[in-house]
Structure formats: structure tokens, C-alpha cells
Design a protein around this ligand. Structure first.
Ligand code: AHR
Length: 871
């Protein structure tokens, strides 16, 4: 897609400058490619140029033309001692050392030295690192020779491999005698000595690098555009007049799934959040390894304590309820009265008069029988609810009881009190409100689920985000480990540094979708983990071994049988046993989450995609094109999608408001014959990461462009959705919450207004402003859709100017059925985080006036009989 991504006027400037060297410019010059040790070697590849090989001019200087994508974010993505050379066909190659411990080096190629193709990290050493790389052309044998040094037992030893294509390498062999080629030299740039490689190349290429840098600067400037500058920029602007005329004859069908939600278990969105379980660590499966940073309290005992004397408890794992749920607690009571206490997730919030379902797996060890007293206590240890189990048997059994609470408490505790002296084993100690969303057992928190449902999302994407592909191969989210009885599910470490119980698993996600009338959109790993993984090697180091890929492909196919298969099929039966004999009617499946596009990725993605295409052509497969709106993963991801004819791709971009303002034509320029787009993750990010009127209005502005391009943009979802106060991994989010409150953001209201006011027909509108300034024109937007179910015509108007816009709306071609229309307005100061939309009525006619307040988003919903000329 690359060639059509530059704004048109910039393309013009760029190509004008790039074409021919000026009369006084050289045909060729020297380019120097180097890195510095700054930012711990993560600052990337830089260039300087020279005509005489003595006086060097840094481009940027120290602009990053290439970044490594090896390993975890931050400290690991290094480029050390790069070597740049050009092959016979003119393609540039860069090889570099990744760090001083892995037996791999990195390779990337480029035609122009600024747009780099996918990276690869060949494993050339079993033991030992790869330092001081050199590469030379072995013309006689039509191949390249790559040599390096490796520290082995304190000594530097030499090794080599050969390659013809920088994809396949011969077996590594040691070099006994070898002269190093000495390919690097040291030059002075801006007073500092730098070491790198020098090449003579065409001036046109160097000029291209300079222009690329300049374009990047311009682009950064646009991105940095913000509303703080408005005071000065629009200081003389009093008001703007706008005339808006509908053009029904150019109406087009657009997606009926444009607004959905992105759900990821990030910032305690699932356990302790949407999943209504009130007991933390109910299965005693928390483990030190859930979290980085060695938190010694994060273990099987987490959230549990004893209240009372002459008692003890310890974690055991011999003869558990199920092998997937190994740990349980053994409570020993020498004197009746002591309780095993759970503190919940930041306390347990309960409401007076409400009923709560308690359950536990238990087996008594001494004596032979006895009951458990179950109670809830308040902050002063006063009992606010109490019940009893039946007598506990000597083998594992599930016991259930109901607690009715007599006082509203935000910070209650759950107590399990054996009514006998002796020993009892307990596991899966659980407490759920009976008032879950739609009253589902093992259900969702009602207020949070309702806030999500109120968006009227047309689909729900789950389980992530990065949670989907996981932190290393062993942390991928495997759907089939999250279905079936709770005690048999496989809990695991959450990539966001906590624990996933899998209580909110695939069944619950699908059930929720059905409950809110949204399409389920599961995203499964493409056989590779997150490229930023911190465990099992460095990032996306190999995917699932090819020998195991057939099994993995089958696992993906099994999901479709589980969701859509008859209840007599193997997986359909498991769904039916969980309480859903009818198929879920799954239509979409995402493969991969903003993965690094490598050969390893492509091989595995292609296998999965081809199998899905062959066995389930009815399923819309959604591919992935990296974490940005541009760059290598975006380009290469799109290339794969085009080559394989993947029906849809998942794009992600988190950008400042300025980007959204200056890229409103992003999808206008998309090729309509290629894959459709799911804008799966996006949000406007300002420094400090607030969710305020400035971010919300820039999102609203951009969403009008999504509607305009609803013929190609099929779906979109703001990300992330939920974040629990005190546990925020990422900001901004759409909805913040704590145990008792739901706190929707201004961005939430934008999503809700779009979700509740969607349409399947887009009616173009011509907008003419009294001001002809580009910066003013970019800040006023209109989008008109018709909701086919009601015939309502919905007008969305966004004003990012501090001044009012007096709009005259020409609706001559609309047969208005009711002269009173609904009007909802969200407005505020740019930094306002608490503005609420207000709803009133407005009189409408074939021509009517409406004043868009400064910094506002307005939705006018008009009842119509029909529209002339839309067929
Ligand atoms: O939305 C938060 C994270 O952003 C997602 O997990 C990941 O896909 C993206 O980088």
C-alpha cells in the first residue's frame, strides 16, 4: 500500500526533489552507516554523507533510519556494529550484532536505504555470541561469505557461514586462519568519532535519504499539532459559516459492523474486573512466575490469610481436583473458630439485600465429616452474611451455599470457618453475585457489562491484544484450555504482569457476545508469540516448531467446530455440555496480533490461513499488519494479505490527535480491490495519556472518515477498553472502574454515540466553509448515514475549532417525517475529562440551521420516510 500513503502534495514535492540531481550536485558521493552506543545501542542506524570522504555531514543528525526489532521493548532492541553492503543487483543489506550473548545476528535489506524489508535473525551459533560481523561477496561461487568472532571460554574465535539469499545459510564452521577484511572505518561527524561502513553510492540515493528525513520531520510536526496551539492559531477567529448539502445520488452501502469493542485482559479487565468472581486467587494458582520483578508475595497464598488462633494453612499439590489446577489449601484447625480469609480484589464489594453464590471444592481429612461456616465480614469484623455448607465428605466434592448480605460494604472479606477440629482440603473457593449481567452463572459484572452493551458494539474482539499471542511460546492464549468446567481450565501468567484464571474463557466471551447481539471476533496466535516477549528467548524467536504446526492448525480448526459444530461433534459436544447446544454462529476469526512480520511468521500464518480457507471458506479470516500505520510490518503484512487474498486485515495505530487531524484521507487512498480493513486498535494519545475532549474529538473526527470509507473499513475498535484504578497497565482507556463504580470517559461517549447511531448507507455531503484556511477546513467534519432499520438519517458534526460554526444544512432530497429531531452534543474545553453528552430536540426542515459549539461533537437523528435518489 506504501506508494499511496504520502499526502498527495508531499508526494509531489518528494518526487520533484528525488528525481534528478541538480546541475551543481555530484553524481555520486559517500555514505557512512553507523550506530552509537547512545540509549544502550537502541538508537538505530544513522547515516552521514561526504563528497570527499573527509568532511562528513550527518543526516538528522543521528536520525534513525533502521531500528532492530529483536527482543523485548526498550533495552533489547539493539543494533551493534552494523555492516552495510550492496549486492550485485543493487540491493542494500545490513547485518548487525544483536547483543553480546545470543548466537544470532540480524539481517535486513532495502532498495533505498530507508524503507527496510523484514528482518531475520539466523541462529548461527549453538553456544557463543556473534560479534564483529563481516560480509563479502564470493563471486566465484556466486554466494556471500559471512564471518564473525565469538567469545568462547574467554577467547575470541572465528566462524563463518555462506549464503546466496540471506535466508538460507550453510552450516557454521570455525576458521583457523583468516584475515579480517577491516570493513569498518572511523570518521568524525559533528566533532565526534564514529565507526561504521563507507560506501560510494549515487547522489540520488543520498538525496532520497535527506528528503526522507525532511518528510519525517514534517510528519512529526503534524503529529505534534495540538489544541494548546489553538489560542494563537485561531486568535482572530470569531465564527465560521458552513453550508452542508447532501448528495443522496452518491450514497453507498457501508459496513454494518463498523463500531465494535476490543476486549483484552489488561489493567485487571477480566479477573477483578468484568469477570464477576469476587474471590482473588480462588484456585491457589498464583505463582511467582506470573510477575516479573520477583514479588515474593505473589504466590499460592496471595490474598489469603488466617483469622483466629490455633490454626494453620498450607498449600499442597498431591491429589488435586484436576491436574490443570494443581494447588489447593489444607486448613488445620486445633480449636474451632479460626477462619481462612480472602481479601478479594482490593476488597469485596457487596450490597445490602443482595444474594451471593458461594462454592468450594472440599475434602475432609480429619475427622470424617463436618460442615463449613461461610461468612462475609465488614471492616470491623462484623458478620454481614452467613451460611453453612453440607457436611464435607472425604473425597473432593463441590459444595454450594447462598449468602444474603445485610449491609452494603465496599471492603468485605470472605471467611471459611470449619466447624470441627481437624484438617480439610479446599480449592476453587468462589463467590459470585447472583446479579450478574443477564443473570448468567459464572457471569460478568452487571454494571461494567451494561456500559459495554450500551455502546451497541457490533462485534467483540477478544482475548487481546498482546494477551492473544502471549509472552513467549508457552504463554500464547490457547482457546481450548479456557473452556470446560472451571476447575479443569488452565490458568496462566498474564503478559501484563499478573494472573489469568481463565474463568472468563471462550465460552463466557461467546455468551457475552450473544447476550449483547455482537459478533464474536476471537483472535488466535499465528503460531508465533509477541515480538516483544521477555521470556523463552528474545522476542519472536521462532514460532511453534514446524513439527507441531499441524497440531496447532487443527486446534484453530477445532475452534470452529466448537463454536459452530453440531452438538454431536467432538467439540460441539463440549459447547453443548457447557449449556449451549445451539451453535454460536461464528463468522470471523483473527489470526495474529500486530506480529513482527518475518519468514517465521509468514510460514505459520500461511499454513493456518490455507487450512481455514480450505476447510471453512465461510469464515472471514482477519490477518495482521503490524503495530503501526506505516513501516516494515505494515508493508510486509499487506503484501502477504494481498498475495494470499486474505479477506480482511487488522490495523493498529495509537497516535497523537495531530495525526488523526492530518490523516483524514488515510483510507480515502486505499485500493478498493484489496483486503478490507479492521481498524482493531486505535486511540489518540497525548503526553500524560489523558482521555479528554481533545483526544475524544480527534477520534470523533477520524471516525467520520471511517464512516465515509465504510465500504473498505469493515470494523473498528478503540483500545484498550477497560482499566481498573490502581492496576492500570496502559492509558488512556475507554472505561475506568473500581469495585463499586464505573467511570466512562469522554472517549467512551464518542464510541457510544457512533455505536448507537450507526447506519448502513452513507450519504455524502458537500461542506463549504466561509474560511478557506486549510487548518480550519481540517477541523470541521460531517458524516451522514441512514439506519436502514428505522429509516432515520443521522448527521454527525465535529468541530475541533474553539469558535462556533454556523451550519446551514440542505436536506432538500430527504423526506423528513418528523420536524423534531434528536440532538446529542458532547462539548468541553480540550483538557476536560468529565464532560457528559446532553440530549435535546431540534427543529429540522428541508433546510435548517444548526450552530456547532466550539470543541464539540453533535449527533442529529432525523426521522425520515425515505431519501430520494439513493437506489
Ligand atoms: O491495547 C494495548 C496493547 O496495544 C495491545 O495489547 C497490543 O496489541 C497493542 O500493542
Amino acid at each position: 500500500m506504501k506508494s499511496i500513503k504520502l499526502p498527495i502534495f508531499l508526494l509531489f514535492i518528494f518526487s520533484f526533489f528525488c528525481n534528478e540531481a541538480g546541475a551543481d550536485e555530484p553524481d555520486s558521493a559517500y555514505i557512512f552507516a553507523y550506530t552509537t552506543h547512545k540509549q544502550n545501542n537502541t538508537a538505530g542506524l544513522h547515516y552521514a554523507w561526504s563528497v570527499d570522504r573527509e568532511n562528513w555531514f550527518g543526516i538528522g543528525p543521528e536520525f534513525r533510519f533502521l531500528a532492530s526489532d529483536f527482543g523485548r521493548w526498550g533495552t533489547q532492541k539493539k543494533i551493534i556494529n552494523p555492516i552495510l553492503f550492496q549486492d550485485e543487483e543493487g540491493l542494500y543489506h545490513c547485518l548487525w550484532t544483536l547483543n553480546d550473548d545470543v548466537g544470532q545476528f540480524a539481517h535486513a535489506a532495502s532498495e533505498d536505504l530507508y524503507q527496510w524489508k523484514r528482518q531475520s535473525y539466523p541462529q548461527v551459533m549453538g553456544n557463543g555470541n556473534v560479534l564483529n560481523l563481516e560480509v563479502s561477496s564470493d563471486k566465484k561461487n556466486n554466494r556471500y561469505l559471512v564471518t564473525w568472532e565469538s567469545e568462547i571460554d574467554g577467547e575470541l574465535k572465528r566462524f563463518k557461514t555462506t549464503t546466496t539469499d540471506f535466508k538460507n545459510y550453510s552450516e557454521t564452521t570455525g576458521i583457523i586462519k583468516d584475515k579480517r577484511l577491516g570493513l569498518r572505518e572511523t570518521v568524525r561527524i559533528d566533532g565526534e568519532l564514529q565507526t561504521g561502513t563507507v560506501k560510494k553510492i549515487s547522489w540520488k540515493t543520498i538525496d532520497g535519504l535527506i528528503k526522507w528525513y525532511e518528510w519525517s520531520q514534517f510528519h512529526s510536526m503534524e503529529r505534534a499539532d495540538n489544541m494548546r496551539k489553538d489560542q494563537e492559531r485561531f486568535k482572530d477567529l470569531r465564527k465560521v459559516d458552513a453550508s452542508i448539502k447532501l448528495i443522496p445520488e452518491r450514497s453507498k452501502k457501508i459496513s454494518d459492523k463498523l463500531v465494535g469493542i476490543f476486549f483484552e485482559d489488561i489493567s485487571y479487565a477480566a479477573d477483578g474486573g468484568l469477570y464477576a468472581e469476587l474471590v482473588q486467587n480462588r484456585g491457589f494458582e498464583y505463582a511467582l512466575s506470573d510477575k516479573s520483578g520477583n514479588d515474593p508475595s505473589w504466590n499460592s497464598y496471595k490474598a489469603w490469610s488466617l483469622n483466629g488462633e490455633n490454626a494453620s494453612f498450607k498449600i499442597d499439590s498431591v491429589s488435586p481436583i484436576h491436574e490443570n489446577n494443581k494447588h489447593f489449601v489444607v486448613l488445620e484447625i486445633a480449636e474451632i473458630g479460626a477462619a481462612l480469609v480472602n481479601e478479594g480484589f482490593d476488597g469485596i464489594a457487596v450490597k445490602e439485600g443482595n444474594r451471593y453464590d458461594f462454592s468450594v471444592f472440599a475434602k475432609i481429612m480429619e475427622p470424617k465429616k463436618g460442615k463449613l461456616l461461610i461468612r462475609l465480614t465488614d471492616e470491623n469484623n462484623k458478620v454481614i452474611a452467613e451460611t453453612r455448607t453440607k457436611s464435607i465428605a472425604t473425597t473432593w466434592k463441590k459444595y454450594e451455599a447462598v449468602l444474603t448480605v445485610n449491609k452494603t460494604v465496599d471492603n468485605a472479606k470472605l471467611e471459611v470457618v470449619p466447624e470441627f477440629n481437624g484438617k480439610v482440603a479446599l480449592d476453587m473457593i468462589s463467590l459470585f453475585p447472583q446479579n450478574t449481567f443477564k443473570g448468567r452463572k459464572n457471569g460478568l459484572r452487571e454494571d461494567l457489562a451494561q456500559a459495554i452493551a450500551d455502546i451497541h458494539p457490533k462485534f467483540v474482539r477478544f482475548p487481546g491484544g498482546c494477551v492473544a499471542h502471549g509472552d513467549g511460546l508457552h504463554n500464547m492464549y490457547r482457546w481450548n484450555r479456557t473452556v470446560g468446567p472451571l476447575e479443569t481450565r488452565v490458568p496462566q501468567r498474564n503478559i501484563w504482569n499478573y494472573h489469568q484464571s481463565a474463568g472468563l474463557g471462550y465460552f463466557e466471551y461467546f455468551q457475552f457476545c450473544e447476550d449483547i447481539g455482537a459478533e464474536p471476533l476471537p483472535v488466535l496466535p499465528a503460531g508465533v508469540p509477541c515480538q516483544n516477549s521477555g521470556t523463552c528467548g528474545h522476542g519472536q524467536q521462532g514460532g511453534i516448531p514446524m513439527a507441531e504446526m499441524d497440531e496447532y492448525v487443527q486446534e484453530v480448526l477445532d475452534l470452529i467446530e466448537w463454536a459452530n459444530g453440531d452438538k454431536n461433534t467432538k467439540w460441539g459436544r463440549i459447547r453443548a455440555e457447557a449449556g449451549h447446544p445451539e451453535p454460536f454462529n461464528l463468522k470471523y476469526i483473527g489470526i495474529g496480533n500486530e506480529d513482527l512480520i518475518t519468514d517465521i511468521f509468514e510460514e505459520r500464518f500461511t499454513m493456518i490461513f490455507n487450512a481455514l480457507k480450505e476447510k471453512h471458506p465461510e469464515i472471514v479470516v482477519i490477518g495482521t499488519v503490524g503495530p503501526f500505520y506505516t513501516g516494515t510490518d505494515y508493508e510486509e503484512g499487506w503484501d502477504i494479505a494481498t498475495k494470499l487474498q486474505v479477506p480482511m486485515v487488522d490495523e493498529h495505530y495509537y497516535q497523537p490527535p495531530g495525526w488523526f487531524i492530518h490523516n483524514q484521507d488515510f483510507y480515502d487512498r486505499y485500493d478498493r480491490s484489496k483486503s478490507k480493513v479492521y481498524l482493531g486498535e486505535y486511540a489518540a494519545h497525548l503526553p500524560g495519556r489523558p482521555n479528554n475532549i481533545e483526544t475524544a474529538l480527534s477520534e470523533a473526527l477520524y471516525m467520520t472518515t471511517l464512516e465515509r470509507n465504510g465500504d473498505i473499513v469493515e470494523m473498528s475498535s478503540y483500545a484498550p477498553l477497560l482499566a481498573k484504578e490502581e492496576h492500570i497497565n496502559w492509558a488512556p482507556d475507554l472505561i475506568y472502574f473500581n469495585n463499586t463504580e464505573v467511570k466512562p470517559t469522554v472517549g467512551y461517549y464518542v464510541q457510544k454515540l457512533f455505536g448507537q447511531n450507526s447506519g448502513e448507507t452513507y450519504i455524502p455531503a458537500e461542506i463549504q466553509l466561509s474560511e478557506n484556511r486549510e487548518d480550519i477546513k481540517k477541523r470541521v467534519a460531517v458524516s451522514v448515514v441512514q439506519d436502514n432499520a428505522t429509516n432515520d438519517v443521522i448527521v454527525k458534526l465535529v468541530n475541533l475549532l474553539p469558535a462556533e460554526v454556523n451550519a446551514n444544512l440542505d436536506f432538500t432530497d430527504i423526506n423528513i417525517a418528523d420536524s423534531e429531531a434528536g440532538l446529542t452534543v458532547l462539548k468541553g474545553k480540550p483538557e476536560d475529562k468529565s464532560a457528559l453528552p446532553s440530549t435535546t430536540k431540534i427543529s429540522v426542515d428541508s433546510e435548517f440551521e444548526y450552530k456547532l459549539p466550539g470543541y464539540s461533537f453533535s449527533v442529529i437523528r432525523i426521522r425520515t420516510n425515505s431519501i430520494k435518489n439513493t437506489d
